[in-house]
Design a protein around this ligand. Structure first.
Ligand SMILES: C[S@@+](CC[C@H](N)C(=O)[O-])C[C@H]1O[C@@H](n2cnc3c(N)ncnc32)[C@H](O)[C@@H]1O
Length: 362
């Protein structure tokens, strides 16, 4: 609800998340990793495009399912005073960093430590609170946008002790949520050759996946990032090594598996499409083909609305699409952004909008 005096979205968050007398969130004391918050820096990718994507939506809440250091969330809140942000992240150091980054926005920004696969439950819990969750659109929907900026943050990659990087010696860990049971060392030391090879091919598009898997099984136990990187490098011919470090994609595949990244994404996409109010938008930045394939397929299905007619012919099957593309295809970062931030290079941005009851431009 918009305050006539301040123009700021109020009530809904102050009711949803108890705020302490000193203005700090009640969540703060239970967040681990606060000491790391200050050094948790991540440059948000395609921030102008993300901000523009939510400019047209009705007053309400944007659920940022990957709030990270809070860069996108801060940009959205600064540009759009009609919006609040509910930020989710499963990494406690990201939660601490975003709490700190967004505290200046007061009750308009709330952060929860949660996997985005639980977005439906997080929003339902918030909506169940007695007053204030905005029912924009009037059909019982309460969320006016969902943002997912997939993959890892810079601090996760850059902090050696997280065990994500083949460049930084550390114990093989790669958990975004340090309390989760499965880490990379367990997979590397327990999966059989077939399982490793299939995982490398599916989640990393690793060439010579079988050969690398056999080398890993032959070299076990492998406990550290540098041991694994050396085993992978030794398993491939020199010509392959000259094209870039062969461990890069192996590490990507392991990270995706440890964190069940594609499973989380497949779970949340239909939920996000259903959560947004009419006129609301779902925006996703993906960083590798496995992610982008899932996003494109889920969005295309939502836009088709279950239509079974042959492509290119008028629809006669009675399908009723509930979403439209905001723009066709995937947008990429500008050359200038990639020059400034190499980690933006593989970004692909897709956005769909939920149609209003009256239909609209499909
Ligand atoms: C690329 S960073 C996001 C950066 C953020 N947009 C910003 O501007 O600072 C991705 C973040 O998503 C989080 N993440 C990835 N998968 C997640 C999941 N399934 N549930 C919750 N958080 C997740 C990671 O912990 C990481 O902090």
């Amino acid at each position: 609800m918009r305050s006539p005096s301040t123009g700021v979205v109020e009530d809904f968050f102050s009711a949803l998340f108890r705020t302490g007398r000193n203005g700090t969130s009640a969540l703060a004391p239970v967040v681990e990793g606060l000491r790391m918050a200050q050094a948790f820096e991540h440059e948000p990718v395609m921030a102008d495009e993300v901000v523009a994507a939510f400019g047209a939506v009705a007053p309400g809440v944007v659920v940022d399912g990957t709030v990270g250091a809070g860069g996108h969330a801060a940009a959205i809140l600064a540009a759009h005073r009609h919006l609040g942000v509910l930020g989710l992240d499963r990494d406690p150091s990201a939660v601490a960093a975003s709490l700190q980054r967004l505290q200046g926005f007061g009750a308009r920004a709330k952060i929860r430590r949660a996997p985005f696969g639980a977005m439906g439950a997080e929003v339902a819990a918030a909506s169940a609170t007695p007053s204030g969750w905005p029912a924009s659109g009037g059909r019982g929907h309460s969320v006016t946008g969902v943002l997912l900026d997939l993959g890892v943050s810079s601090p996760q990659l850059d902090r050696a002790e997280r065990g994500f990087s083949y460049r930084r010696p550390a114990r093989l860990d790669m958990r975004m949520d340090p309390s989760s049971a499965l880490d990379a060392a367990q997979i590397v030391n327990n999966a059989d050759v077939g399982e490793l090879a299939r995982m490398f091919a599916a989640n990393g598009e690793v060439r010579l996946a079988g050969r690398i898997a056999r080398a890993i099984v032959g070299a076990r136990p492998i406990e550290t990032t540098d041991e694994l990187a050396a085993v992978v490098a030794a398993a491939v011919p020199a010509a392959v090594r000259r094209r870039g470090h062969p461990a890069r994609r192996v590490f990507q595949a392991l990270r995706i598996t440890v964190n069940d990244e594609l499973g989380q994404l497949a779970t949340v996409l239909p939920v996000a499409l259903e959560l947004v109010a009419p006129g609301g938008r779902v925006a996703v930045i993906s960083y590798h083909s496995g992610e982008d394939r899932l996003v494109k397929a889920a969005f295309a299905e939502a836009v088709a609305g279950g239509c079974t007619c042959p492509p290119g012919l008028p629809c006669v099957c009675g399908a009723e699409p509930e979403h439209r593309w905001v723009f066709r295809g995937a947008r990429k970062p500008s050359a200038a952004e990639v020059e400034r931030n190499r980690r933006a290079e593989s970004a692909r941005f897709r956005v769909v909008e939920r149609l209003t009851d009256s239909g609209g431009d499909r």
